[in-house]
Design a protein around this ligand. Structure first.
Ligand SMILES: Nc1nc2c(c(=O)[nH]1)N[C@H]1C(S)=C(S)[C@@H](COP(=O)(O)O)O[C@H]1N2
Ligand SMILES: [Mo]
Length: 416
């Protein structure tokens, strides 16, 4: 495919990130060759709870700002007044660590048929890191905000677009006060440039796009960002009101200042016409075996299947495993760390006969919502949900169907 406006800086950035991450990730380009993205290189990322920085996917639109911590400031605007330096964030507020499963809202986009454009992710744009920073609650309280009162927090990134749009995202103030963090550390290390140095917002359990990198403005207002809301040039609401909304082909979502429900699934079920991608939908991925080489069962004839399951800021209730392509299912065991907003590990002891087997996992969240089997045809929209399908949508967002994430495994005779 020939790109119209390939940006050479993209390639240099991708190459540098891939090199720095030493094989843990591989590049995924979009058709316009405009976006820097890299995703997990293989399934092994989904066999462990903590994702090393080297295996954590990277997704953003514009060139990474050449940030200097000493010169960086965060403007506080709207109903806030003042500014913050990275050293003030570090020194004047408590330090907390939060576990967060970051999933790009476009994860699974490449599973849509027909294709939906942009980056064709499989299941590779998900990862769990422990982020260190100051609770947004502590900062906002210091600036006089105690109550959510239906208000919204907008974070603006310091990355400059090659057009005139501003990377701004809004979340309900209630969520921001509950557990959001203005982060400066990742897995115990200084925040890497490509992950948002010097400061990024972390919104536990919410899709990647809400986790604004290179934060240079925080704004409290009565509504979410709409065009013209910010005191700066450019288009302010592209990433909140146009992109990252779930809608059928040809629909043009209206700008909203507020919505009756923020849970993404609840919006999809009908609460909002063209849902916003806020908290992540229930998902699971098998990490081992990885399907790349044949597996030999242990002397008891067993193979351990292991993976991760998440459900945004809801809890994972159950993970089921099928080793016969969905004909029969058994319950996997959930184990390991259990933090709101982060994935759970699951394991399943499989008595594996030699031969070829189709493995599938499907998770159910605490609200009783189970991953649908497949992505629907383009014309089904919400009706798809009743048919065990995820609605095909034009941006390819929030897909959580389990069949496309399955794998085929070759089992050989047990080890003696
Ligand atoms: N400023 C800014 N923040 C951003 C983005 C961006 O383009 N600009 N991309 C978002 C998207 S779409 C995702 S999926 C996550 C990815 O975070 P990561 O690169 O640390 O994995 O960052 C989000 N934050
Ligand atoms: Mo994303």
């Amino acid at each position: 495919m020939v790109a119209e406006n390939p940006r050479e800086t993209r390639h240099e950035e991708i190459d540098a990130i891939v090199e720095a991450k030493a094989g843990g990730v591989s590049p995924v380009r979009d058709e316009a060759d405009k976006y820097t993205v890299v995703g997990a290189a293989d399934r092994s990322t989904f066999a462990d709870w903590l994702t090393p920085i080297e295996e954590h996917f990277v997704c953003h639109r514009n060139d990474i700002p050449d940030a200097d911590e000493a010169a960086w400031t965060v403007s506080l605007t709207g109903q806030l007044e003042g500014s913050l330096s990275p050293s003030a964030v570090r020194e004047e507020y408590p330090t907390v660590a939060v576990a967060h499963t970051m999933e790009c809202a476009g994860n699974g986009r490449g599973q849509h048929e027909p294709e939906t454009g942009s980056v064709q992710w499989g299941f590779d744009a998900a990862a769990t890191a422990v982020w260190t920073g100051a609770p947004v609650r502590a900062i906002l309280r210091d600036f006089g905000v105690d109550d959510a009162e239906g208000r919204w927090l907008t974070a603006v990134g310091g990355d400059r677009s090659d057009g005139d749009d501003v990377f701004a995202r809004s979340i309900p103030l209630e969520k921001a006060l509950e557990d959001a963090v203005l982060a400066y550390g990742m897995n115990g290390e200084a925040l890497p440039r490509e992950h948002g140095y010097p400061l990024r917002l972390i919104v536990p359990g919410w899709y990647g796009v809400n986790n604004v990198k290179w934060v240079e403005e925080l704004r409290v207002a009565d509504g979410m960002v709409v065009d013209g809301a910010l005191d700066r040039p450019g288009d302010h609401a592209v990433w909140q009101q146009e992109s990252y909304r779930i809608h059928p082909a040809g629909a043009e979502p209206e700008e909203c200042e507020t919505v009756p429900a923020t849970d993404t699934w609840e919006q999809l079920e009908g609460a909002v016409d063209h849902p916003y991608t806020f908290d992540a939908n229930v998902m699971s991925v098998i990490g081992a075996p990885d399907g790349r080489s044949a597996v030999a069962p242990d002397p008891d004839g067993q193979v351990e299947i292991r993976g991760v399951a998440w459900a945004g800021d809801d809890a994972v209730e159950r993970v089921e495993l099928s080793t016969d392509g969905g004909g029969t299912w058994g319950d996997a065991e959930l184990f390991g760390p259990d933090y709101a907003g982060a994935w759970r590990l699951f394991r399943y002891d499989w008595v594996a006969e030699p031969g070829t087997h189709a493995l599938l996992s499907r998770a159910t969240d605490a609200e009783g919502r189970r991953q649908p089997a497949r992505i629907s045809e383009p014309d089904a929209w919400r009706d798809a949900l009743e048919d065990d399908a995820f609605p095909w949508n034009e941006g390819g967002y929030a897909a959580n169907a389990y069949e496309p994430n399955g794998l085929t495994v070759e089992v050989v005779a047990p080890e003696e």
